[in-house]
Design a protein around this ligand. Structure first.
Ligand SMILES: Cc1cc2nc3c(=O)[nH]c(=O)nc-3n(C[C@H](O)[C@H](O)[C@H](O)COP(=O)(O)OP(=O)(O)OC[C@H]3O[C@@H](n4cnc5c(N)ncnc54)[C@H](O)[C@@H]3O)c2cc1C
Length: 357
């Protein structure tokens, strides 16, 4: 789904006043953010939403096969929970506000079912009986331990001869082709560059000839104790914009969009305010968190990632801007970029993801 949706402008007063539970803006960020925000609003026109959703659908269709290839190669299938996601709504107004999203799913072949209170209870009996409506996404999978999945992929990469160097990239030396990557620890000789530094990509991309309107939507995670019995799939509280997902280490609460800079300190108290709502959703939940983190979603105003060659330099490729879906789309983008680097036809129309579109 695109970040910018039709009618979003109507919520601007609530966003600015901080009354939406899932959205927060640091006012000090507003001057820097204004161009990005105004472009985001431009992308909420219905014609733009439709074309952005159509572009994302091109990638979404590739997610399952791309993930399956990687899981099979690395031997990581045990970490996948294949029970769909359930998004529950306490108020009719919150459910009705999903009309535009459901219309996009209908248009692009995304599978979902609307459930009533009885069906919700049958599916997840631990949920409080306060939800008359839900949307069930049967094809969405989840990971029970994303860290271990990435570690397994990494071990597979190394076993195939991949090398890992840990350092901060600060610049590039480019001739007709890339020559060197400059890091805080020295130089790296190279003949191909793939820039995949997520929300930190803007300045580096500029050095590579691409001026990209990238900013970050920050988001938070709290790990809560496991439940036994517990929820059997990720549960999203539609009215309050957070998710509770069963994982190996506990129940993960993931929440929110905070517009603030990459360097601004975290505001965990904003998320703590949601814990009573998590308990309201799952009354048996223990809400003492054991770990917390702040993450950075890399987002362009049109919600489309950049996947493609630098508009200026040969053998330089850009792969960032996957907003709320970077975990899902990572294997897709990896495969596409590998094809481009190797000179193979990626087999998809990647024009919607060009740097200068
Ligand atoms: C709370 C939360 C929940 C989320 N849930 C989901 C979900 O359920 N499903 C989903 O698909 N997505 C989810 N996302 C989004 C997802 O995490 C992002 O889209 C994804 O991490 C982007 O991947 P990336 O590799 O582009 O960037 P990142 O994961 O941010 O990786 C970029 C890497 O580049 C490194 N880097 C930066 N600058 C430099 C430099 N100069 N030199 C060297 N290295 C550098 C960084 O240290 C980092 O390791 C969630 C995000 C948040 C915050």
């Amino acid at each position: 789904m695109p970040v910018g949706m039709p009618g979003m402008w109507r919520d601007i007063p609530k966003f600015l006043l901080g009354t939406e539970p899932y959205f927060s803006l640091r006012w000090s960020r507003l001057p820097r953010l204004a161009p990005w925000l105004s472009r985001l609003l431009w992308e909420t026109r219905r014609s733009r939403v439709n074309s952005n959703a159509a572009a994302l659908a091109i990638l979404a269709k590739e997610v399952k096969p791309a993930w399956q290839d990687m899981l099979d190669q690395a031997g990581a299938n045990e970490f996948v929970l294949r029970r769909g996601w359930l998004k529950v709504y306490e108020t009719e107004a919150a459910f009705q506000a999903t009309a535009a999203v459901r219309e996009l799913y209908d248009r692009h072949g995304g599978a979902y079912e609307v459930l009533n209170a009885d069906e919700i209870r049958q599916m997840e009996p631990l949920l409080a009986p306060i939800f008359p409506r839900a949307i069930y996404f049967p094809e969405f999978d989840s990971l029970t331990n994303p860290l271990r999945v990435v570690q397994t992929f990494f071990a597979d990469f190394q076993s195939r001869g991949g090398r890992f160097l840990n350092g901060e990239v600060i610049g590039f030396e480019l001739g007709s082709r890339p020559r060197r990557v400059r890091t805080t620890d020295g130089h790296l000789e190279t003949d191909v560059i793939v820039l995949a530094t997520g929300a930190w990509s803007r300045d580096l991309a500029r050095q590579l000839g691409a001026d990209i309107p990238l900013d970050t939507e920050r988001g938070y995670h709290f790990m809560l104790p496991s439940m036994d019995p517990g929820p059997t799939r990720p549960l999203l509280y539609g009215d309050y914009g957070f998710a509770l997902s069963p994982m190996e280490e506990g129940i993960r609460l993931a929440h929110g969009v905070e517009l603030a800079s990459l360097r601004a300190s975290p505001n965990y108290s904003w998320v703590s305010r949601l814990l009573p709502y998590a308990k309201r959703m799952l009354p048996d939940l223990n809400i003492e968190e054991s770990s917390r983190w702040l993450g950075f979603r890399p987002t362009l105003p049109d919600s489309r990632p950049i996947i493609g060659a630098s508009p200026v330099h040969s053998d330089v490729f850009l792969a960032f801007g996957h907003q709320h879906y970077g975990l899902s789309l990572g294997p897709v983008t990896g495969r596409l970029i590998a094809d481009m680097v190797a000179g193979r036809d990626p087999g998809l129309d990647l024009a919607p993801f060009r740097a200068h579109r």
